[in-house]
Design a protein around this ligand. Structure first.
Ligand code: AMP
Ligand code: ZN
Length: 465
């Protein structure tokens, strides 16, 4: 079964052919560690975790190198450390640990290598020196800039016009720049800002150079897959390509460029000022990690997702219905069936909606075979359970609401009731029927349920103590 992946570089779905099938190499841009990761940041982490699992299945567990970096040098980090009065190290260490705990709860495997930008300053300097020597970069006023017009085919990934690129890059006008599009490879640091000695004085790297340095160090000059969110196509990935190709003199940096679509919350772009900024950490207080992961996979990775309370409820209902047929520990009576339908769906550009449709079909086939001892039913349940395990659901046993402890059947019915009321209240609020929305809130309060609201909707609920 060939693996087909959509390549942003060619705008087509192509058959995947690794450079070396004994070492399939993938790089994905990881988080900037200055604060809790939000649910949008979880999307590339989950999507490329699934691709990692699929590549390991197809090429062998030890034959895939997956690099997902940590950006631990950034002006947002400096500002936050100053604001909190903590050292940059303490802030980044704490944030990395929070990130690891959050994504482990989402069933994400550790990548093969998780390099940190601050540990690759020497590689960054080496690439910048090569670029200067090759006439693709220049030093000016303590800065080093990439000379965009020196690269004849700059812009192949984003395919934007010059005007669009200027707008997208939010180009700074600076006296030391030769061309408007030229971007920073290295910049000077003052005494209060972190900095490293370099041939151009004490300073720190620009944003794009770190990924060129870390991918080179761990995957080589050319590798198979580079991934990240769609927002990174321009300028970040375009500039990574420019740096790496011009430093090493190749036509490509990575053969396949993959981008996940954007995630919105309750129909709006997530932002701190709108108050709909949802961290993974907060969500995990209300929802099991399996629900968050499955909710993400219900949408194809290239489509935008609207992350809503209602979709989380539906997802939990689906998983509860799957739980009945899931065989947690592989029992010899069930055999060990390869999840062929799900693997076929994923091999078609990670088609998770098709994979989930196949799970639903298996459930209806199981339900049709009434006799529990039917060997065919055992086979389907084995395939079904292996499919869920493959998708990252190891046990599928924690769907109770966090506030309520372990649930019996009566509690489950109660949850359905509570959540139906919350949905009705959300609808009332959408229709600006405030009287009805208040009435439902009071009804829930009389049941001992407190709703957690933010500006745009309900994010969860809990039992009042
Ligand atoms: P950042 O920490 O902002 O550099 O982002 C880390 C990763 O999360 C990148 O791959 C981004 O493209 C991705 N990302 C950030 N926000 C969203 C979002 N709302 N939806 C999907 N992906 C996102
Ligand atoms: Zn990157």
């Amino acid at each position: 079964m060939p693996l087909r992946l959509y390549n942003t570089l060619t705008r087509t779905k192509e058959e995947f052919r690794p450079l070396d099938s004994n070492n399939v190499r993938m790089y994905v841009c990881g988080p900037t560690v200055w604060d809790y990761a939000h649910i949008g940041n979880a999307r590339p982490v989950i999507v490329f975790d699934l691709l990692f699992r699929l590549l390991r299945q197809l090429y062998g567990e030890t034959r895939v190198t997956y690099v997902r970096n940590i950006t631990d040098v950034d002006d947002k980090i400096n500002a936050k450390a100053r604001e909190e009065g903590v050292s940059i190290r303490d802030l980044t260490e704490r944030t990395v640990q929070q990130f690891h705990a959050d994504i482990a709860a989402l069933g994400v495997l550790p990548p093969t290598v998780e390099p940190r930008a601050t540990e690759h300053i020497a590689e960054m300097i080496a690439i910048i020196e090569r670029l200067i020597a090759a006439g693709h970069a220049y030093a000016a006023d303590g800065h080093v800039l990439f000379d965009v017009p020196s690269m004849k085919d700059y812009g192949q990934l984003s395919r934007r016009s010059l005007d669009e690129m200027m707008a997208g890059a939010r180009v700074d006008v600076a006296p030391y720049k030769r061309g408007d599009m030229d971007f920073v490879l290295w910049k000077p640091s003052d005494a209060e800002t972190p900095g490293w000695d370099s041939p151009w004085g004490r300073g720190r790297p620009g944003w794009h150079i770190e990924c060129s340095a870390m991918s080179w160090k761990h995957l080589g000059e050319i590798f198979d897959i580079h991934g990240g969110g769609i927002d990174l196509v321009f300028p970040h990935h375009e500039n990574e390509i420019a740096q790496t190709r011009c430093a090493f003199g190749h036509d490509v940096m990575a053969n396949v460029w993959m981008h996940n679509g954007f995630l919105q919350v309750e129909g709006q772009k997530m932002s701190k000022s709108l108050g709909n900024f949802v961290t993974i950490n907060e969500l995990l207080k209300d929802w099991p990690g399996d629900v968050l992961r499955f909710n993400m996979l219900r949408t194809h990775y290239r489509q935008p997702i609207d992350w809503t309370f209602q979709s989380l409820q539906e997802t939990r209902r689906i998983l509860l219905s799957f739980q009945k047929h899931f065989v947690p520990d592989l029992d010899p009576t069930y055999g060990d069936e390869e999840p062929v339908e799900v693997l076929a769906a994923l091999s078609d550009d990670l088609n998770t909606p098709a994979a989930i449709a196949a799970l639903h079909e298996m459930v209806s086939a199981i339900t049709k075979l009434e006799r529990a001892w039917d060997p065919e039913q055992h086979r389907i349940r084995s395939r079904f359970s292996n499919a869920l395990r493959f998708l990252g659901f190891e046990r599928l046993d924690k769907f109770h609401h966090r506030g309520m402890g372990n649930l019996d059947e009566a509690d489950k019915t109660k949850i359905e009731e509570i959540e139906a009321l919350i949905t009705a209240r959300l609808d009332a609020r959408k229709a600006k029927n405030w009287a009805e929305s208040d009435r439902i809130r009071d009804e829930l309060a009389s049941m001992g349920i407190a709703i957690k609201d933010n500006k745009d909707g309900t994010t969860g609920w809990e039992v009042k103590r």
